[in-house]
Design a protein. Structure first.
Length: 94
């Protein structure tokens, strides 16, 4: 049995977070001031959302993705997991 008392997640919730070392490096170079988040809605019949976190490269004003998430929700419980995993990646890549 899944204990959701600490997180609020149920067995129906799904979160997959993807971040490469290059994305992590972009986060460390350009993510000190602003991290932007964008999510797609209703792009497939499966009900999943693609959540993209990105930073803006100074000078070129290009958005650089720093993390992709596929999830069946985007409430604060999902986003807390996404942002907490950025710290885990820092520990992994450094």
């Amino acid at each position: 049995m899944y204990d959701s008392s600490a997180t609020g997640f149920t067995t129906d919730d799904f979160v997959l977070i993807l971040q490469t070392k290059a994305m992590w490096e972009s986060l460390n170079l350009y993510g000190k001031r602003v991290i932007s988040v964008d999510a797609t809605h209703s792009t497939t019949s499966y009900g999943f959302k693609l959540i993209t976190c990105f930073v803006v490269e100074p000078g070129s004003n290009r958005g650089l993705p720093i993390l992709f998430t596929i999830a069946n929700g985007e409430s604060s419980k999902f986003m807390q997991v996404v942002f907490s995993k950025m710290k885990v990646c820092e520990d992994f890549y450094s």
